[in-house]
Design a protein. Structure first.
Length: 175
């Protein structure tokens, strides 16, 4: 049995807002034993469906920060991008990675909603930021699909550290 299919439309919901109704048609031409069969289609009655909500995100560190022993208010920044197809709020927590040399103390967090240019600009285009208690379960405001929120962690470095010591941490964003 040989089957050849042609589609008049392709059902792709990637990037389509949640709740959008999508209409799709198809035409099927096929042969059995080399003999053409009656064409099948749904042109008169297109298939309709509603796009589901896709919850997806990417959390990316914006790089390491070199600091001096005893330094205070040292920062690292994480980018949280809403890769889903609907508005989404996030709560943030911090995971201390085992096997590093020390833990920064006095950690505080703030988030900044990006103005759409993908560049972290605290105090300017991305505003003054909103203080956030890590692990509190409270959430950021809704972030639009394809938009970014920046999370800045700030902490103090113990005075007894030596050159090359590291503190590794991971930001967890939960929807």
């Amino acid at each position: 049995v040989a089957i050849a299919m042609s589609a008049a439309g392709v059902a792709e919901a990637a990037g389509t807002d949640a709740g959008t109704t999508v209409s799709n048609t198809f035409t099927l031409n096929y042969q059995v034993g080399g003999v053409s069969q009656t064409q099948i289609d749904n042109i008169a009655s297109p298939t309709q469906f509603t796009v589901d909500r896709l919850v997806d995100l990417t959390v990316t560190s914006q790089g390491d920060t070199n600091v001096a022993p005893g330094a205070t208010a040292q920062t690292v920044v994480f980018r949280v991008q809403n890769d889903g197809n609907d508005n989404q709020a996030y709560s943030f927590a911090l995971k201390d990675v085992a096997g590093d040399d020390f833990d920064a103390t006095g950690l505080t967090a703030a988030y900044f909603v990006d103005d759409g240019d993908g560049v972290f600009e605290p105090g300017a285009d991305d505003g003054a930021g909103t203080a956030y208690t890590l692990g509190s379960g409270s959430a950021s405001p809704d972030i639009a699909a394809d938009a970014t929120v920046w999370v800045r962690l700030s902490g103090n470095i113990p005075g007894g550290q030596t050159d090359g010591d590291t503190d590794s941490m991971s930001l967890i964003a939960d929807s």
